[in-house]
Ligand binder design. Structure first.
Ligand SMILES: O=P(O)(O)OC[C@H]1O[C@](O)(CO)[C@@H](O)[C@@H]1O
Length: 549
């Protein structure tokens, strides 16, 4: 691996300029910023394809945005965007291109990587997925005993689970309600046990989804699913009609016993957490149909084009990335909350946790040296209004500064009474309360007892982004996901890290393999872990021998 020449970001004059700027503005409040410039939201509201970002309830000015964009230019964000779209091997530790943007390129577009167009094969797989989905939705594809497929179980984990699972919930209103979809990920047997509880083997299709097809959880669950199917149908030939695979690894798919004719492929230039718009989205495509999936891809594509072409000062993913850096690196915040005001997006924060934290949870730079600035934040969140009744207390009155993204929709997916207006009233109220708070004088003036008054003060000055979209459609979901994908890339570029590997997950996997052997071994004389781990293994072995008696 060649080590690029880089300047540590904290040594750049643009970083220094931001540090000085922070000292100058640290005493400002969001309230004082609005007092000084009552129309600042006009200058701090940005739009792309109907998606609106109002960044005015942040601890920043247009001057801050200018300085942050200078930093982005100095660290090569525009060049890195071009390198990604051109298929350069920017994932240097794995020597791979990073081309999830090719997954949503329009039919007929060409992206040439090492002499080969990658867009035509993408559309060949999409076409095969669409045909397969049609045959299931129309009842042409049948199970081993001739019954229609009515339940689909996606078996995968991480990027092979979170994306389709999140999007299936998000787009439930667009899904074929005659089909039941389940997502099984955890190696905890309870996951698959519960998922299979009310399913009929004759009507169930398993999609075994794994980029590598070597992942312990997925293969363990897939074997359990196969046993369950064979127990139900009694004929090994049934596997062919009830199992398909999504993978880059045909050899392992065949070794598992799935005919590679029933495999939907993708490529090593698609990272797991960037893969939901590849064949990894097969379960989703079956649920929402090929047109729905095409709309989703069009939404991704619209945001890709915006990211590639909009000036940095107007570029939504770049701005969200830079605002995150402003808090993470200059205000010292540790976490970032994502708060969708949509029950359909309940799993969006969990999806973003992998996208963001697996991408930017790094402490070594592209040059192999330790990074000396803070990198990726801890990402967390829950849908509104539920979060309000759980952890918003801390965001309003706690000692920690938590920058938040509030995501809402102008119209509901389906109107149910006046729920939507109440939902959105809450979202707007929260961002107002967080920004402007309620002073001691205001609390006292409202007649509150002086002894209790301090407890009822809202300090305000808590920063939020407001993201508004017309309504939650497949297109809008695609825009939102791509918005966050490119935000993460922007941040990784400024910090000088590789957002596309995940070596940090490996050690635990290796140790788990060794410990699984230890748990199954005849005796514990060979245990060679630390004393605490050895003791835990012994406790487990003892409990096992007691329950076996
Ligand atoms: O799709 P696979 O190869 O089963 O991997 C699943 C997940 O495991 C990880 O490698 C982390 O362990 C993720 O990056 C990936 O999305």
């Amino acid at each position: 691996m060649s080590k690029p020449e880089t300047t540590a970001v904290q040594l750049r004059p643009e970083w220094e300029a931001l540090s000085r700027h922070h000292e100058q503005v640290a005493g400002d409040s969001i309230r004082s910023l609005f007092d000084a410039d009552p129309t600042r939201n006009d200058d701090l509201t940005f739009e792309s394809g109907g998606l609106v970002l109002d960044a005015s309830k942040n601890l920043l000015t247009t001057g801050t945005i200018g300085l942050l964009c200078d930093l982005a230019r100095a660290t090569g964000v525009p060049e890195r965007i071009e390198q990604m779209f051109a298929g350069e091997r920017i994932n240097v530790t794995e020597n791979r291109s990073v081309l999830h943007v090719a997954l949503r390129a329009a039919r007929g577009e060409r992206i040439i990587v090492e002499g080969e167009d990658v867009v035509a094969p993408v559309h060949a797989v999409l076409d095969a997925m669409g045909d397969f989905a049609d045959s299931i939705r129309q009842g042409d594809f049948r199970g081993h005993t001739g019954k229609r497929i009515r339940a689909i179980v996606n078996i995968g984990i991480g990027g092979s689970d979170l994306g389709p699972a999140m999007a299936y919930d998000a787009l439930a209103a667009y899904s074929d309600r005659n089909l039941t979809l389940k997502f099984v990920s955890n190696v905890d047997g309870g996951d698959i046990d519960e998922a299979l509880l009310h399913l009929d083997a004759e009507e169930t299709l398993f999609i075994v989804c794994s980029k590598t097809f070597t992942t312990l959880e997925t293969l363990t669950n897939a074997r359990t699913a196969r046993d369950w199917l064979l127990e139900g149908l009694g004929d090994p030939a049934a596997v062919e009609k009830h199992f398909v695979a999504v993978s880059t690894n045909a050899t392992e798919v065949a070794a598992f016993g799935i005919d590679t004719a029933n495999m939907f492929g993708f490529w090593d230039w698609v990272g797991g957490r960037y893969s939901m718009d590849s064949a990894v989205g097969l379960s989703l495509l079956i649920a929402i149909g090929r047109d729905g999936f095409a709309d989703l891809l069009a939404g991704f594509r619209a945001m890709d084009q915006h990211f590639r072409s909009a000036p940095l000062e107007q570029n939504l993913p770049v701005l969200m990335g830079l605002i995150g850096i402003w808090y993470n690196n200059f205000w010292g915040t540790e976490t970032h909350a994502v708060l969708p005001y949509s029950q359909y997006l309940a799993r969006f924060p969990a999806y973003l946790q992998q996208l963001d934290m697996e991408s930017n949870g790094k402490s070594v730079g592209l040059d192999g040296e330790a990074v000396e600035v803070q990198t990726g934040p801890i990402v967390w969140g829950q849908p509104g209004t539920n979060g309000q009744h759980a952890f918003f207390q801390l965001i309003h009155q706690g000692t920690k500064l938590v920058p938040c993204d509030f995501i809402g929709f102008l119209r509901p997916v389906r109107r149910v009474g006046d729920h939507h207006a109440l939902l959105m009233a809450n979202m707007f109220a929260q961002t107002e309360a967080l920004a402007f708070g309620k002073s001691l004088e205001e609390v006292l003036a409202s007649g509150v007892d002086a002894g209790v008054a301090p407890h009822r003060v809202f300090p305000g000055n808590r920063p939020t982004n407001t993201i508004l979209a017309p309504t939650l459609t497949p297109f809008v979901l695609g825009q939102l996901i791509a918005l966050y994908e490119h935000k993460v890339f922007t941040q990784g570029t400024v910090w000088g890290i590789n957002s596309f590997d995940q070596w940090g997950v490996e050690l635990g996997k290796v140790l788990a393999g060794r410990i699984a052997d230890d748990l199954a071994a005849e005796d514990d004389s060979a245990l060679d872990h630390d004393p605490s781990t050895n003791a835990a293994i012994r406790r487990f072995r003892e409990a096992k021998s007691v329950s076996a008696e």
